[in-house]
Each structure stands twice: as structure tokens, then as C-alpha cells.
Design a binder for this molecule. Structure first.
Ligand code: PHE
Length: 337
């Protein structure tokens, strides 16, 4: 009867109840064992071994059943916890690099390969670095041209400005390090201006090379190497147009040859010209303001709009979209990090 019951038990708990009911202190088999004491020696001689055998058989059967049930329980757990690797993965909301960050990285990488370090300066500049040291004194008309954002004057009457260009980093660099200097300074710039091609906050990259034997041939070669690498083209034709910046003399604006076909701009060749940057030979007065002897050192600088470069390279047409923070636009144009 016990063997049948043991074989029919389906859970470890029920098996334990059954074991206590048979072999426990008050169990049925224990009860029978106790009965041995009341038997005559003859009866005991036959009943003793029989009951011991029963006790052993029952204990054995319970142990075997326990093993079977434990195995089954483990199998079930393994089956329940199995991972179905064929299930589709849950989609993760992944960020991406803003096109401007991506372009800044690309620009930095190209110039690094040409031997240029990265220099930085604050977005919030003093009047001295943004204007005066760059040969733009108080009352100079160029100050009006910059549509400057001024902060409230401090206790001493000094007004800080949101830098209108990255050129103040030229000054900070020449004050800090002795030539030879080859740096680029990418960063944010600000002017009070807003339409499809202007945003109050935009980005520039400044370039500066100072040494004892630097000339405009180096500027031309550097810009050609940069533009070819950036636009991934094998040749580029540049046009240097005379211009005016107080901090360079002579000054020139640089155009790249391009074509406009079906509303898209192709850089490299064609019948049109597109202005990409301002440049020039660093003005002697600027070198002097930085404590460099203009009879020993000379060099050139350029300043280039990064947002414009990004629009040209990736075929975007409204500058304002860069700063609208529209997730659909960012998903479309963002770059996986
Ligand atoms: N800072 C000038 C601008 O923002 C560009 C420039 C930089 C011109 C360096 C000459 C040399 O327009």
C-alpha cells in the first residue's frame, strides 16, 4: 500500500507528509516496530526481520521518489527560465551626435593630421580679447558690423561680450605659447542676427599659423588640403578676393569653385563660386599686442563658418533647423556615435 502511495505522490511536499506518516515517530511503520515489544520471542524472530525489511524498503522507495521529483523540478525550472534567443530584441532609444558636433570632429581630425593643435577660449569674452587686441579699438566701425551681444557692465564698468568670432582665441594662444604655432579653435560664436542663413548662435573654426618663415603659399596649401579632405574630393580651386579685417593685413575672403545643379551645391568644380572663409596675414599690431616681434615672426589666420560647412556637405538648406531640437530632424541627420 505504501509503495503504491509513494509512486503516486507528485510533489516533494506530499512525499514529506507521506514519509512522516510512515516513518515518523507516530508513523504507521514506527507504530508496527513498537508492537515488537509486546510479542513473544518466537513471534518476534519472524516479525522482527520482516518489519525491518519493510522499514528499509519504504525508506528506499521514498529516497528514490525524492530524487525523481527533484530532477523533475529542476527540469521544469530550466525549461521555465530558458531564453528564447529568436525573440526580437527590445528597441533601445539611442542618442546620436548632432551634425555640428560631427563636423567639428571631422574638421579637428583633418587639421590634426596636418599638425594643428586645438586651442580654446571662453564663449563669454572681454572686450579686450574680442576687439581691442584684434586692432578693433573703441569707436571702430567694425564693432557695429558685429551686432554684438553685450552683458550688463560690472562694478568697474567693464562689459563682457558673447564672442562675435573665434578670433579672440588667436590672442589667447599667442599670449600663452611661443611660436612655432599651428592651432585651430572651433567653437560657438554669437551675433544678434536671425534669418534662414543666420542664427544668433553659430559656430566657427579659427586657424592660426605663426613662425619665422610662414607665407600665404602655406595658407593656400593648408586650405586646399582641408577642403579636399572635408568634401572628399580629389581637387578644389580656390579664389582669393581682397577684403578687409582689422586684424589681418592683407586680408582676403576665400571662395571655392562649385556648381549649383537642381538646388544642390557641388563643391570642387563648376561655374560658380561660394565664399567659405575670411583670412589674411596676421597684422603686425596684433603680433605686437601679444608680445611677439613682428620683424621675427609672421603668419596667417582664417575663420570659417562650421554650420555652413555642414550644410554644404550634408545638403541641408535651413540653418535654423540645426538649433530647433526637432527629434525627427536629429534622427534623420544625426550620426551614430
Ligand atoms: N573673424 C573673422 C569673421 O568672423 C574671420 C577671420 C578670421 C578673418 C581670421 C581673418 C582672419 O568674420
Amino acid at each position: 500500500e505504501l509503495q503504491t502511495a509513494i509512486a503516486a505522490v507528485e510533489t516533494l511536499e506530499a512525499l514529506e507528509t507521506l514519509r512522516v506518516g510512515a516513518l515518523g515517530k507516530k508513523g504507521r511503520v514506527s507504530e508496527l516496530m513498537r508492537g515488537l515489544g509486546r510479542m513473544s520471542p518466537e513471534e518476534r524472530r519472524t516479525a522482527g526481520p520482516a518489519l525491518n525489511g519493510l522499514k528499509e524498503d519504504v525508506a528506499e522507495a521514498i529516497a528514490a521518489r525524492r530524487l525523481t521529483l527533484e530532477d523533475a523540478a529542476l527540469d521544469k525550472r530550466l525549461a521555465d527560465e530558458a531564453i528564447d534567443v529568436s525573440l526580437p530584441v527590445r528597441e533601445r532609444a539611442e542618442g546620436s551626435l548632432h551634425p555640428i558636433s560631427q563636423v567639428m570632429d571631422e574638421v579637428a581630425e583633418i587639421f590634426a593630421a596636418l599638425g594643428f593643435d586645438i586651442a580654446e577660449g571662453p564663449d563669454l569674452e572681454t572686450d579686450f580679447y574680442n576687439f581691442t587686441a584684434l586692432n578693433i579699438p573703441e569707436e571702430h566701425p567694425a564693432r557695429q558690423m558685429h551686432d554684438t551681444f553685450y552683458l550688463h557692465p560690472d562694478a568697474d564698468g567693464h562689459r563682457k561680450v558673447l564672442r562675435t568670432h573665434t578670433s579672440p582665441v588667436q590672442i589667447r594662444t599667442m599670449e600663452r605659447v611661443q611660436p612655432p604655432i599651428r592651432v585651430i579653435a572651433p567653437g560657438r560664436t554669437f551675433r544678434s542676427d536671425s534669418d534662414a542663413t543666420h542664427t544668433p548662435m553659430f559656430h566657427q573654426v579659427e586657424g592660426l599659423a605663426i613662425d619665422t618663415d610662414i607665407h600665404l603659399g602655406h595658407l593656400k596649401g593648408t586650405l586646399e588640403a582641408f577642403l579636399k579632405a572635408f568634401f572628399e574630393i580629389s581637387s578644389v580651386t580656390l579664389r582669393f578676393r581682397p577684403s578687409y579685417f582689422p586684424f589681418t593685413e592683407p586680408s582676403m575672403e576665400v571662395d571655392v569653385q562649385c556648381s549649383f545643379e537642381g538646388g544642390t551645391v557641388k563643391i570642387g568644380d563648376g561655374n560658380d563660386w561660394l565664399e567659405v572663409l575670411g583670412s589674411g596675414v596676421v597684422n603686425r599690431k596684433v603680433l605686437e599686442a601679444c608680445g611677439l616681434d613682428p620683424d621675427t615672426y609672421q603668419g596667417w589666420a582664417f575663420g570659417c563658418g562650421i554650420d555652413r560647412l555642414a550644410m554644404l556637405k550634408y545638403g541641408m538648406n535651413d540653418l535654423r533647423a540645426f538649433f530647433d531640437a526637432d527629434l525627427r530632424w536629429l534622427k534623420h541627420y544625426g550620426f551614430k556615435a
